[in-house]
Design a binder for this molecule. Structure first.
Ligand SMILES: [Fe+2]
Length: 197
């Protein structure tokens, strides 16, 4: 990816993340700072304009991969969700995730596990919180937090910062609320895509 072609607001975000990774001591501190930086980026007019040209990602569980840092490993993904999309309940294994909406609304569900984890392939869940995700808002998801993103009445565009790419490296938890079935599955396919402008 050549820096020259990158959208200036997006390039600034990457440089600010790299600076935060240098000075902050651990992943949690870095991701808390990154959440604030992402909140600025998802309100940027040039980002909100350019996301409209991104391809849909619902079919075949895909993430656009905009950037993966060669030194620190953090990864920046994008998703384009169709209206009324039914999101699966999942976790992101040991990685931290900041999820920001550029356009559209989504319902963000958080779950808590209430069984003792002793039964193989089983996890009983309860809903913890349901919040409305709106443009400009960023949700920070700690390691192994169980959650789902449900589509709103219109198409939605999300920007995701991960402390590291999980898909293709480590399986992630997948949960069925009704049956309690739990399994670890391969994460979404990453499709390289450049944010230019
Ligand atoms: Fe997620």
């Amino acid at each position: 990816m050549s820096t020259a072609k990158r959208l200036p607001a997006f390039d600034k975000f990457i440089q600010e993340l790299r600076a935060a990774w240098v000075v902050l001591p651990d992943t949690e501190a870095r991701m808390r700072k990154a959440r604030d930086l992402l909140e600025v980026l998802v309100q940027d007019e040039s980002m909100r304009r350019t996301c409209k040209s991104w391809p849909d990602t619902d079919g075949g569980r895909r993430n656009l991969l905009f950037y993966e840092d060669p030194d620190y490993g953090f990864a920046i993904n994008g998703v384009v969700h169709g209206a009324n999309r039914k999101g699966s309940i999942h976790d992101h294994a040991h990685s931290w995730t900041a999820y920001g909406l550029l356009e559209g609304t989504e319902t963000l569900e958080r779950y808590r596990r209430v069984d003792d984890g002793s039964k193989e392939g089983y996890a009983k869940l309860e809903i913890e919180t349901i919040t409305q995700g709106t443009p400009g808002k960023v949700d920070l998801v700690p390691p192994f937090d169980i959650h789902a993103e449900q589509g709103g009445p219109a198409k939605s565009y999300g920007l995701i910062l991960r402390s590291e790419r999980v898909a293709g490296k480590v399986p992630q938890g997948n949960y069925d609320f009704e049956t309690g079935a739990y399994r670890r599955v391969e994460g979404p396919t990453n499709v390289a895509y450049e944010i230019t402008g």
